[in-house]
Ligand binder design. Sequence first.
Ligand SMILES: [Ca+2]
Length: 215
Amino acid sequence: MRVRRAFQFFIAIFSGIGFGVGAAAGPASAQNLIVNADFSLADQLTGWIENGAWSPVDWEGDLASGSVLNSNSCPFVGCSSLVRQCVPVTEGERYRVEARVRIDPGQEPGDVLLRVSWRNASACYPAAATVGQSVIPLVAVTSAWELLGNTFTAPAGAQGADLQLAVLKDSASGTLAVYFDAIFLPEAEVTFAAPAALTALAVIRLLRRRRAAAD
Ligand SMILES: [Ca+2]
């Protein structure tokens, strides 16, 4: 009977651990750190700074949502136009970054980037120093909504992520205008391997103590 009770106790503990891991580790449960990530009709460009204009063109065709149109008409070669937002991060932690991007055909050539400038202050602007950079370039230029995404580790000293929706134009003439939507930069990814292992060890020790006490 003692063995059966110990086994039931063990199963109950590990059922609880399993539920906890499943609930917290799924990407859908991670909170997005970005404010107004979908450029809703109500909030338009709230939370975003620098360039860009709110557009009713939504990547899913949602009438209650739109996107930001970053239009670069700079009359010099190599100008960049940025729409940006700063979120607090922790050095050494891993962060997933994603965005939906659309370019209509017939425009000036250039580069479209999702760029994270890691800063040594959680507020990013105006005086925080850059301690590293992570870049996701748009490779396939189509008139469809493309997904840009990658996972990065915040470098040493990083306290803020200056997330930039960047449009760089190669020529000194014309315009390159790009839609961005559904920006995703969730809280740091959580690894449960170490805590779960420690918890398992603690359960085994507890069972041993109970057994010793019963003997
Ligand atoms: Ca949207």
